[in-house]
Ligand binder design. Structure first.
Ligand SMILES: CC(C)(COP(=O)(O)OP(=O)(O)OC[C@H]1O[C@@H](n2cnc3c(N)ncnc32)[C@H](O)[C@@H]1OP(=O)(O)O)[C@@H](O)C(=O)NCCC(=O)NCCS
Length: 172
C-alpha cells in the first residue's frame, strides 16, 4: 500500500515537472527540396511537419508515437531554396492516448534577421507500444492564459473534425 502511494506521488511529481517546451528544428532548405516551380516542395514541408511532430510527441509521451491525423495545412507563402527554415512543434492538448501538436513553419533569407511564418497546422499523434496498441500519455495542464487559449483552439478543431469526418464517411 505504502509503495503504491509513493509511486502515485512520484507520478504526480513527474507530471508537475514536465515542461511543455516547443521542439525546434532549424536547417537550410536544400536543392533536393525543390518543386517544379523552383521553390520548396510542399511534400518536403509536410515531411518536416511530421518529423517535428514525431519528436515532440515521443518526447512528451516517452513512447514511440504515430501520426493519427494531420490536416488543415495552410501554405501562406513559398519557402525558397537556400533559406533557413525553422519548424516549431508544441503540445497544445492531450487526450487519453493522443497528443495534439501545433506546428508553425517559418523561413528567412540568410541575409535577413527576421523569420516569416510560412505554414501552420495541427498534427495528432498517438503513443503506442511495441505491438502498435495505443498507450496512455501524460496529461498536459495549461496554466497561462495563452496555453488555455491554445487548448481551446485544439478542442474546437476536434469538434469541427468530427463534422468533416461525418461528411467524408460515404467516401472512405
Ligand atoms: C494510432 C492507432 C494505434 C489508434 O488506434 P485505434 O484503435 O484506432 O484508437 P482510437 O480510435 O481509440 O483512437 C486513438 C486516439 O486517436 C484519436 N483519433 C482518432 N482519430 C482521430 C482523428 N481523425 N483526429 C484526431 N484524433 C483522432 C482518438 O480521439 C483517440 O484519442 P484519445 O485516446 O486521446 O481519446 C491506429 O489508428 C493506427 O495504428 N493508425 C495508423 C498510424 C500510422 O501508421 N501512422 C502513420 C501514417 S503513414
Amino acid at each position: 500500500m505504502i509503495l503504491k502511494i509513493i509511486k502515485y506521488l512520484y507520478s504526480i511529481k513527474i507530471l508537475m515537472e514536465m515542461e511543455n517546451k516547443p521542439i525546434t528544428f532549424q536547417f537550410i532548405s536544400e536543392p533536393s527540396d525543390v518543386n517544379y516551380g523552383g521553390n520548396v516542395h510542399g511534400g518536403s514541408v509536410m515531411k518536416w511537419i511530421d518529423q517535428a511532430g514525431y519528436a515532440c510527441a515521443t518526447t512528451w509521451s516517452g513512447n514511440y508515437s504515430v501520426t493519427v491525423y494531420v490536416g488543415g495545412i495552410r501554405f501562406y507563402e513559398p519557402i525558397k531554396i537556400g533559406e533557413i527554415v525553422k519548424v516549431e512543434a508544441q503540445v497544445i492538448y492531450t487526450g487519453s492516448s493522443s497528443m495534439h501538436i501545433s506546428i508553425n513553419v517559418f523561413s528567412r533569407n540568410l541575409k535577413q534577421p527576421n523569420f516569416d511564418k510560412k505554414t501552420h497546422c495541427i498534427i495528432v499523434f498517438v503513443a503506442v507500444d511495441e505491438n502498435g496498441k495505443k498507450l496512455p500519455v501524460p496529461r498536459w495542464i495549461p496554466e497561462t492564459e495563452e496555453d488555455k487559449q491554445k487548448e481551446q483552439y485544439a478542442k474546437r478543431l476536434m469538434e469541427l473534425r468530427t463534422q468533416i469526418e461525418d461528411e467524408m464517411k460515404p467516401f472512405l
